[in-house]
Each structure stands twice: as C-alpha cells, then as structure tokens.
Design a protein around this ligand. Structure first.
Ligand code: SF4
Ligand code: SF4
Length: 470
C-alpha cells in the first residue's frame, strides 16, 4: 500500500502507485483543462504532487509546455534569484566492494587504478582546490568497510576543514558516501557536514537488483531508507538524485518526487537538493548499453518539472553535462554547478590517468572560465556557504526558503563571496566583469540598511578581511 509517511521503502516508493501515476499521466497528456489547472496550482509556488508533476512531464501540448518552461524560469528567479552556487567534488577513495554495473569503480573492474588518499594527499588536494577558489566541496568515496571505514571519512573531513592556505578555506563539506547506520550519520553530523547526498540510482526495485548484483548496496530497502536514517541521525539537509538512463525516466521522476513527498510527510523537511545526473561514458562503461538514455530535450523538461514541483529545493548539475546543456538548464531551474572538477582520486594535484575517472567530464573548463561565463550570462557566481554555518538547516531553512526570505541572505552573500573570489583567484577579465556585476547588483538589494552593510563589507574584503556572511 502506498503510504508517504511509512518508513518502509516499498510503501513510500510504491511500485503500483508509480504505475498508476504513469497511466494517469499518459491518459491526460493532452488534457488541456487539467494541465491548465496543474500549471495554475504550480503558480502558487507551493509545489505539486508526483501525479500532477508527472502529467506535466508527459504533456504533449506545445503551448502548455512553453508555459511550463517560463514558469520554471520565474520560480527559479523568485526562490533563488540569479545566483549560482559553485562547488567541486573531491574523490577520496575509489576502493569499492559493490558491483554497480554503471560505475567503473565496481569491485570486478580489475584494470582501474585503485587509490585512496592519505591525509597528506587530502591536504594537497584541498590546497589545489582552494587555489582555484573553491569554498564548498562534495566528498565522494566508494563503499569499502576495510579501506574506507567511517573513521577514515571523518578524518578526511577534519583534515579538509583544518587546511588554511593563503586566504583559502573550505567552509562546507557535503558528503556523498554509501548508505550507512544512524550511528554513523550522527558521527557525520558531529563532524560538521553540510548536506548528506545519496543518489538512489533507480527507484525501480527489479532494475535496481539487476544493476546492483553484489555488495551491500544490492539491498534496495537499506539504500532507499538511508535518508530516513540520516534524518534520525540528526542530518536534516539531505540531497536526492537518480541516475537518468538506467530506467524509464518517467518512472524515475515519479519515484524521485515520491521520495521528496515522503521526507516532507515523515520529517517535515523535504530534500535540500536534487541532483539530475545522466549516465556518462567511463572506463568499462558504455552508456549505449543502457537503453533508457534520455535526450537533451527530455533532460531539460525534467529539470523544469522538478523546479515547479519542488520549488524550494536546490538543483545541481555537474560537469557530466556540456557547457551548452548547462546553459539551458540554468535557465530552467538549476541553482548549483560544479566547476573545474576532477573525477578521479588525486586528480587535482596529479594529471588524471584515463582509467581512473568515475565518469568522463563534458565540461572541461577551469573554475575561472565557468565563473567568467556565468557572469557574462547574467548570473552571480556564488561561493556562499552561510546557511548551515548560521544554523539555517532543515525546517528552519525550508521555512525561510518557502517564504522567499532566504533571498535576503543569498544575494548579499553571493556578492561578498564573489568579491573574495575576484580578489584572490580571478584573472583580469573576470575581475573586470565581476566588479561591474557587483556594482550593478548592489542596486538590486532592496533593503537600504543591508545594502550599506554590504558596501562596508566589500571594502573590508578589498582590504584583506574575509568570511563575512548574513
Ligand atoms: S556507484 Fe558507488 S557504490 Fe557503486 S561501484 Fe561506484 S563507487 Fe561503488
Ligand atoms: S544564503 Fe544559504 S541558501 Fe543562500 S546561497 Fe548561501 S548557503 Fe545557499
């Protein structure tokens, strides 16, 4: 039985409910009256149910689809303004005992170079990332209780936060590691992590079993209920995602929204972020072997539908996507981007061996090139990490976000952290563009008092002081 409040995976991600939803969406894909009603509901900016959003995803009426895209753009602007938060992944270890068939780190891949960073190497990677200008990382590691136990992850987090190189600092560490116990989630919380991210990969249980034939990750329920345990462990910012291309995208989309609804129903806090990775080429992995891959058009529609269905959530796109695709989805609702990423263990310090990446990168530009490009497109690249450091997490964050008040923090923080970036890391052209952007954007701060504080702080940053935040 479908029950969003249940703590049993198959009840909150219910297969029959998804099949009914897909049937309903198919029956109504040209139902102008219903689609108009759903779009009107979305305009209230309170989100949509998985059923309603699935109808929008299936919609075949061109006019209504156009309306959907312009609404997505508007909702993004209302909730997030024009700032785009920057981050980078940091791979700690590619030892893994799982058998995920779509990932080159799977245990049976014998020709991949296996590596686990020592604490000295973590430091060196962090210095390289700081020298690019990064302040926010997502750490990644395979699942291996012997090589990558929780103590190793905690030690790495500690090392990352301790590195203070020139004016650099990593101020927020998000964690993307395998599903674990409530006790381990508590330890991560105590280590001061930002968001706990875990991709479901696929919500389709039968496919999940085939795609995860061996290792602890093959337990669908344990994996699917991980966010519940993370919440019980005190982590109230969690990040969802599926790997599009593994199963039918409409199925995954409905499952993803049901997961978001479950977190709201059971804990009163929806997902902090949703990531939308698509399957990519890598060593040992040929995406053509997965026959559910999605076109760019469908990818863009998924992004727009998530934006209107879960307006408060941050949406993340990585360097798996090309510059062209990233540009399109930025417009439709994406609020976080990675830049200058390396997807192998130790890749920021040493050149990456071809067979050690988790996936091939489509957007190979440096962080400065991405920042420069964003400014030219009219966005404010932001290195802000303020919320969790100010205790704005979980339901506190959600209520500020849902009411639109978070904008009062995001925009000034974006300007101040961009100023830091320009002072410490940018090249000449980016400095010119960035300074102009900051000056222009100061006029868009509605509160005169806040504006004056920002002006004062920008001056202090110019004089070498760092780390201001609202
Ligand atoms: S997806 Fe994660 S768990 Fe699966 S093989 Fe790759 S690193 Fe291991
Ligand atoms: S103020 Fe909070 S929500 Fe806004 S960019 Fe900073 S960390 Fe993100």
């Amino acid at each position: 039985m479908y029950n969003p409040k249940s703590n049993v995976a198959e009840e909150f991600i219910n297969h029959d409910e998804i099949l009914d939803t897909l049937k309903y969406a198919d029956e109504h894909k040209r139902d102008e009256k219903l689609i108009t009603e759903i779009l009107n509901k979305a305009k209230e900016r309170k989100g949509l149910s998985h059923r309603e959003a699935s109808v929008l995803l299936a919609c075949e009426l061109e006019d209504k689809n156009k309306e959907l895209y312009s609404l997505a753009k508007q909702i993004k602007q209302d909730f997030y303004g024009n700032r785009i938060v920057m981050f980078a992944p940091l791979y700690l270890s590619n030892y893994c005992i799982n058998g995920c068939v779509y990932c080159p780190y799977h245990a049976k891949n014998k020709h991949i170079a296996r590596k686990k960073l020592t604490q000295e190497q973590v430091k060196a990677e962090v210095i390289a990332l700081q020298d690019m200008g990064h302040k926010r990382l997502a750490i990644e590691a395979g699942e291996d209780p012997v090589n990558n136990p929780i103590e190793y992850i905690l030690e790495c987090i500690n090392t990352i936060y301790s590195v203070k190189h020139k004016n650099g600092a990593i101020r927020r560490v998000n964690v993307n590691i395998a599903a674990t116990t409530v006790e381990n989630y508590k330890k991560l919380k105590d280590a001061g992590i930002g968001t706990y991210i875990l991709f479901q990969e696929t919500y389709h249980k039968e496919s999940y079993k085939k795609l995860h034939p061996t290792g602890p990750k093959s337990d669908y329920a344990y994996h699917t209920e991980a966010m519940d345990r993370a919440m019980q462990g005190g982590i109230d910012d969690v990040g969802l995602g599926v790997l599009f291309g593994l199963e039918l995208y409409r199925y995954e989309f409905a499952g993803l929204l049901m997961h978001a609804e479950h977190l709201e129903a059971a804990f009163g806090v929806g997902p902090h972020t949703i990531s939308v990775p698509r399957i990519c080429p890598a060593d040992d992995i040929n995406p053509d072997e997965f026959n559910n891959s999605i076109s760019d058009d469908i990818f863009e529609k998924i992004v727009a539908c998530i934006r209107v269905a879960v307006p408060y959530t941050g949406m993340i796109v990585s360097t798996r996507e090309s510059q062209k695709t990233r540009e399109k989805v930025l417009n439709l609702g994406v609020s976080q981007l990675s830049g200058g990423s390396r997807t192998s263990v130790g890749g920021y310090v040493e050149p990456e061996p071809e067979n050690s990446k988790q996936f091939d990168i489509s957007d190979n530009r440096s962080l400065d090139e991405v920042v420069n490009w964003l400014i030219k497109l009219g966005y404010i690249p932001s290195f802000c990490t303020a919320c969790y450091r100010e205790g704005r997490t979980g339901d506190r964050f959600m209520s500020l976000c849902k009411s639109g008040q978070i904008q009062n923090c995001c925009q000034p923080n974006a300007l101040m952290t961009l100023k830091e970036y320009l002072q410490d890391y940018a090249n000449e052209d980016t400095i010119k563009l960035g300074e102009k952007l900051i000056n222009d954007e100061l006029n868009n701060i509605p509160n005169e008092k806040v504006k004056q504080i920002v002006i004062e702080r920008l001056e202090k940053i110019q004089n070498g002081i760092r780390d201001f935040r609202f």
